[in-house]
Design a binder for this molecule. Sequence first.
Ligand code: ATP
Ligand code: MG
Ligand code: MG
Length: 352
Amino acid sequence: GSTIGILGGGQLGRMLASAAAELGYHTHILAPDAESVAAQAASSFTRADYHSRIVLDEMAAKCDVVTYEFENIAIDPVDYLSTKVPVHPAPAALAIAQDRASEKAFVDGIGGRTAPWRRVDSLTELETALAEIGAPAILKTLRLGYDGKGQVRITAADEAEAAWHAIGQRPAILEGFVDFSHEFSIILARGADGAMVSYPPPWNRHVDGILATSSLPAPPEIAAQWGIAAALTGRIADALGYVGVLTCEFFATADGPVLNEMAPRVHNSGHWTIEGAVASQFENHVRAICGLPLGDTALTAPAVEMENLIGDAAGRWKEILAEPGAHLHLYGKGDARPGRKMGHVTRLQRTL
Ligand code: ATP
Ligand code: MG
Ligand code: MG
């Protein structure tokens, strides 16, 4: 069979590798980490730096298509690989999603709504932006943030300097605080032929900046904004000539959906699709990048909820195994540091 290369060794790569195996593909993981939880599920694993040309040449020779499982990977190796082997999603989509300013400018440019925002490269620019946007606001590093890291809330004008230092005096964007009732996400798969499918939107709840739960069906406040949000996500995918799974995070507001950020990959808020949808986000990513028809995104149960197991919450695995309707996923990570995603559980509402 064909081989799919995956850059990145985390749980998303692990779940992609499992889905690929179910469709008869081999997977090859490239990651620098000593502990690659993706490698456990893959056919082969190279532990090496992404920047080694020798390693990249080997990967291109070994794989029929290459994808990546996290958006903070350096763009150079992805670009280099794309000259030797098909890479999906294309490096251009990755470049936009890596930079919060280019991401927001792109979305604004195709008629999406984002929070009011300004790029800031100095304390002076931050003070000016804060005067324009007003408090409360959120200062986020331009690049490399995840799970709410690299961002700080500003509740009054005199907090600008402390905030600038808190994020390490790095290029950043200032965002106006969005008054939302709910958060949700659109998870969409697009094939090379332009065909698209997307999942019903989960209601996503965060604790300490980290996704805690995703629940379906979504409440009416989200359902009412699903159409507009899914259409925008489709326009983004079309504009990028995107191939694979694309996730957009939204705030449901009184004035309609506001796009928070996009991820050029499978997403934590889509883990419920493994058991809760006919074809999972991981399967649909594999189908899309391998040129197969896309799979059914319908729910398999009247209600589905995914709960992240963060830090020592994973210690609850025994009681979860005893729960009717529960599917436990443990990622095989050794060290249950606070804030670390160790696993998740998906609960399906049973009908019988
Ligand atoms: P992820 O792990 O999803 O990539 P991240 O570190 O990129 O997270 P964001 O998604 O930008 O961070 O923000 C994390 C959370 O902070 C959001 O899900 C939301 O709850 C809150 N938040 C972020 N931006 C705003 C905003 N402009 N207004 C209100 N709340 C916000
Ligand atoms: Mg993010
Ligand atoms: Mg986010």
